[in-house]
Design a protein around this ligand. Structure first.
Ligand code: C2E
Ligand code: MG
Ligand code: MG
Length: 771
């Protein structure tokens, strides 16, 4: 609970230090208290025992002293009792002489009374002092008691009797002295312990003393804690039972020990203070390093670099060094985590995040004379390497590229943005210099031969470049514009670079618009199939038609596939469009004479997508078209993907019973080798070769011949695309090409114009013209 009062800086037990010190102090206090109690009760018991002992001893001493005194008096009395004159006076009953002798004896012996008791029952005193009643003492004297206590005028007195003989007993001479206070004080002085003594008649005893047995010690319930010892004194007088009462104050006796107690208490207090101090010190010895560690922990928690000083070799010291190792390990791990978070694992280059950060910093730091160049780079045909040589080879290639870039472009910041994309950041401090050499240098840094497990891969990249100021003021814009420039570079042909221009931005916007329009076109059914005849030179007749898509754009009119197929391919819309073409193509072909087949283009994305075979089977089933009348045209680019998968799909399609043609043959990378990988039904030689036939002095003839020879050796048909004139047709026929396609026969025409071509005079006529 929180106190409503202001808190003062007083030691709280919340700290370990005060708790340890307090514990020590408390322990000591308990021990000291127990000791004090024991000592106290020990002192008490000892005091009591020794007082009792002393008191008993005193009683004996008193008895002895009293006896001694009695004997002294007896001796004094004896002298007179034996005196001849005195005896005579007694014998004669000469009272004045006796009284005079008694007075003199009394004075001499410092007694208070002296008298003669005659055997005959007479009592003669000195005439000055009191005497006891005769009958009270006579019998005792007659019994031979010679010493004892008497009561003289209300005062108890010690008396001694001496027989007076002449020679027969005539009487007794009694000498008495009172147990007065002086006498008692004198006795007390002789005692070993401070004792007060009194002789009391039994009747005057307090109830406590009256009840106490003789020789016992009783303690009075008074503040002085008096101890009493009562003993009987011999009595010479009938009717009195004299008691010697000794009193000793326990409190007084113990008072002497009180000092000892104070000393002990002082020692205990000093010990306690020492213990608190010691406990504090020990606690500080323990908690001091703990606080240091605690403080270090706190600082470490705040992210400060922390090292604890190791001062001892004990547990605390070891703990401190463990802390240090822990701090170091955590810091290192943190560094690694940060590193991992900002670097690419494979190449250890900065990742996109770090690149973006550094780019922002470079832009923020940039002064007016500086330019910041961002190059967005994408490896050409990396997928090919990955798919043909495997991912480990792809990884190796990426690592080698990264190493090469680091070595070549030392000063630039190089990052891997992901996949086969890299980025380079260069700060150019000359605002006039051309950036072309830098662009070229970056692009050429990718051009290298990389040895991958015995294969030599030719590496290259396309590079898009954006420069601040101009192409964007922030990192995001710059990167985006560099990416647009890269897109353009890729399309212009691989292994090239392209600087960003505002036009690219417009193009990109245009692409986005086009994408939207394409989606609408799919929805609104704005596509139409055109058909172009495929003509057999060998048999001189129409073999079938290739379906070529057209887009009836609501405002732009007829749009050619070259303008939208690549975007449809990029965005994946080709899947929907392609399916429509297959269905529409099959449906259209069913209306043609059975001898005519239909060729349908399958784009790479469509080919790679799962379910192509199913789509085609469904279209065949729905239309009722025989599979052998359907020819699928694929391009070499499908081989860029995983070759195993490609072959799998090809076989799957072939199993449907359809024919498969390799389109645009010769434009790819290692065309001839693809021919051997799968038994295509037809090879369509790309129109560039056909175009070249007209130019003398190139080897287009030889290329055509090579293709037709190899294809026929492999059992494949050959078709030449883009045949526009008779000369081309003749050469092709000569070089062994069996089929042709091109404007020479017909441009692609809409379905309703097909009837004119199919089996009509026109077509034959046309063929006739051609032939
Ligand atoms: P392609 O499959 O090689 O089709 C042949 C292209 O050559 C057609 O262009 C055709 O009009 C053109 N052509 C035919 N004869 C001549 C000639 O004598 N001279 C010249 N200069 N050109 C000729 P088109 O129709 O513009 O199609 C271009 C490309 O678009 C096609 O090349 C094909 O790759 C693609 N394409 C067309 N329709 C489809 C389709 O339905 N699906 C897919 N995936 N691609 C299609
Ligand atoms: Mg084609
Ligand atoms: Mg073609």
């Amino acid at each position: 609970m929180k106190s409503a009062f202001p808190s003062f800086p007083m030691p709280t037990f919340r700290s370990l230090k005060s708790r340890i010190a307090a514990l020590y102090a408390a322990l000591f206090a308990v021990v000291a208290a127990v000791l004090m109690v024991l000592v106290n009760s020990g002192i008490e018991r000892f005091g009591e025992a020794s007082a009792s002992r002393d008191l008993a001893a005193n009683a004996r001493v008193f008895d002895e002293i009293i006896d001694l005194r009695a004997r002294q008096m007896r001796a004094s009395a004896d002298v007179l009792a034996r005196d001849f004159g005195f005896r005579e006076a007694v014998a004669t009953g000469d009272a004045p002489t006796i009284a005079s002798a008694l007075r003199s004896l009394r004075d001499r012996s410092q007694a208070s009374a002296a008298f003669v008791v005659g055997l005959d029952g007479s009592l003669i005193g000195d005439g000055q002092t009191a005497t006891p009643p005769l009958e009270a003492i006579w019998y005792n004297l007659d019994d031979g008691i010679e010493k004892g206590t008497l009561r003289l005028g209300g005062v108890l007195a010690l008396a001694a009797a001496s027989p007076i003989e002449a020679p027969e007993l005539m009487g007794w001479l009694v000498l008495a002295a009172p147990f007065d206070e002086r006498e008692m004080a004198r006795l007390a002085e002789l005692a070993a312990v401070e004792t007060e003594a009194a002789v009391l008649g039994e009747a005057s005893l307090t109830p406590l003393l009256a009840d106490a047995g003789l020789g016992e010690i009783v303690e009075a319930d008074d503040p002085a804690r008096n101890l009493y010892h009562v003993s009987a004194l011999p009595s010479l007088q009938e009717g009195i039972e004299p008691r010697l009462v000794l009193r000793h104050s326990m409190a007084g006796a113990l008072a002497e020990y009180a000092r000892l107690k104070y000393v002990l208490a002082g020692v205990a207090l000093a010990g306690l203070a020492l213990m608190v101090g010691l406990g504090w010190r020990i606690a500080r010895g323990i908690t001091g390093p703990l606080s240091t560690l605690d403080e270090a922990m706190r600082r470490f928690g705040k992210g400060e670099e922390t090292v604890v000083r190791v001062e001892t070799e004990d547990e605390v010291g070891r703990l401190a060094s463990s802390f240090n190792s822990m701090f170091a390990a955590i810091a290192e791990r943190e560094r690694q985590i940060v590193h991992v978070g900002l670097h690419d694992e494979l190449t250890d280059l900065p990742n996109r995040k770090l690149f973006a950060e550094q780019l922002d910093q470079a832009l923020a730091r940039r002064d007016d004379r500086e330019r910041v160049l961002v190059a967005y780079c994408d490896l050409d045909d990396f997928k090919l390497v990955n798919d043909t040589l495997g991912h480990p080879a792809g990884d190796t290639l990426l690592r080698k590229v990264a190493e090469g870039l680091t070595a070549d472009l030392g000063k630039a910041l190089i990052a891997r943005l992901g996949g086969d994309e890299f980025a380079v950041l260069v700060v150019v401090d000359d605002d006039q210099a051309s950036l072309l050499p830098i662009a070229r240098r970056i692009q050429e840094s990718f051009d290298r031969q990389v040895d991958l497990d015995g294969y030599t891969a030719l590496c290259s990249a396309s590079v898009g470049i954006a420069v601040a100021p101009g192409d964007g003021e922030n990192g995001t814009d710059l990167l985006k514009h560099a990416d647009l420039a890269l897109y353009r570079a890729k399309r212009e042909g691989k292994s090239s670079f392209h600087f960003f221009e505002p036009m690219l931005d417009q193009e990109a916007r245009r692409r986005r618009e086009l994408e939207l329009e394409l989606r609408l076109a799919i929805k609104n059914g704005e596509f139409e199939l055109y058909f172009q005849p495929l003509y057999s030179l060998a048999q001189e007749k129409l073999q079938g038609f290739e379906a070529l898509i057209r887009w009836n754009h609501p405002t732009r009119g007829l749009v050619n596939p070259a303008e939208f197929i690549p975007l449809a391919e990029e965005t994946g819309l080709i899947l929907q469009i392609g399916e429509w073409v297959v269905r529409e193509g099959c449906r259209a072909a069913l209306a043609w004479p059975e001898a005519l087949s239909i060729a349908i283009n399958i784009s790479p994305r469509q080919f790679a997508a799962p379910g192509l075979a199913a789509t085609i089977m469904q279209a065949l089933a729905d239309s009722g078209l025989q599979p052998e009348r359907l020819e699928l045209e694929i391009t070499e680019s499908v081989f860029i993907a995983d070759i195993e998968k490609t072959l799998g799909t090809l076989h799957e399609l072939r199993d449907l019973g359809v024919r498969i043609a390799l389109d645009d043959f010769g434009t790819g990378y290692s065309s001839l080798s693809y021919l051997r990988s799968f038994p295509f039904d037809k090879v369509k030689i790309d129109q560039t070769f056909v175009r070249d036939l007209n130019d003398k002095g190139n080897n287009a003839h030889a290329v055509i011949r090579a293709i037709t020879t190899l294809a026929s050796a492999l059992g494949m048909d050959t078709l030449a695309e883009g045949v526009e004139n008779l000369e081309q047709r003749e050469i092709l026929r000569r070089e062994g090409c069996e089929f042709i396609q091109g404007y020479l026969l017909s441009r692609p025409v809409p379905a309703h114009e097909l009837a004119l071509l199919i089996g009509t005079e026109e077509m034959e006529g046309l063929a006739g013209v051609v032939v």
